[in-house]
Design a protein around this ligand. Sequence first.
Ligand code: UDP
Ligand code: MG
Length: 236
Amino acid sequence: MLSIILPSYNESKNIQNAYIEIKEVLSKAKILFELVYVNDGSKDDTWTKIEEIIEKGKEELKESRIKGVSFSRNFGKEAAILAGLANATGEACVVMDCDMQHPPETLVEMYRLWQEGYEVVEAVKRTRGKESLVYKSSAKLFYRLMTKATGIDMSRASDFKLMDRKVVKSILNMPERNMFFRGLSSWVGFKKTEVEFDVREREFGTSKWSKWSLIKYAVKNIAAFSTVPMQFVTIA
Ligand code: UDP
Ligand code: MG
């Protein structure tokens, strides 16, 4: 069984679409799945949509299933990922954006590599898709800061990853709560490979990132992940 964790913040219009697209691809490939939607304190009716889709799943699915977790307020994508992983039961777990900018077809490729014995399959961006100028420049600044502080080039990295149950266990056992998921699996030391994907355009709703939120995110992640001594953390 493949668990798919879908962090969802104000994604009302994407909840049903994610289910339809993933189901289509995975049933064709004959892969049993479990969807774990995590409502990250959405202000719209994302949670109602998740409850609806859980009911629909009960009618339509035989062995595959749908679950939902809901936060009382917005804790951010990293916390949503952790909660999703904690509630997933699959032998392999994938974290994926619920706006389907991560193409569902790639799931099949990732799953096959896991079957071959890889424990981490990282999906890296071949192209970044269409982005506004402001988004592009803030993302560039974000990755420049991250690369400088951590020594790892993350410009093509994404949160789209498959992890074996063993890896999920080790992540959930880590005391680090303010983690940076994108960088994390690169150093836990498991058998790892990559696949490439083209970032799709977001069909419904809007991106949650502003320039300011990306800068804040970079500072937080550098504190969580950097190899540079964190003196400024103790001074601050
Ligand atoms: N997301 C979340 N909590 C947040 C912000 C975003 O769970 O506080 C989710 C969001 O619903 C989406 C994914 O993280 O499924 C990526 O967010 P988004 O599409 O806004 O980012 P972008 O693709 O523009 O980088
Ligand atoms: Mg997106």
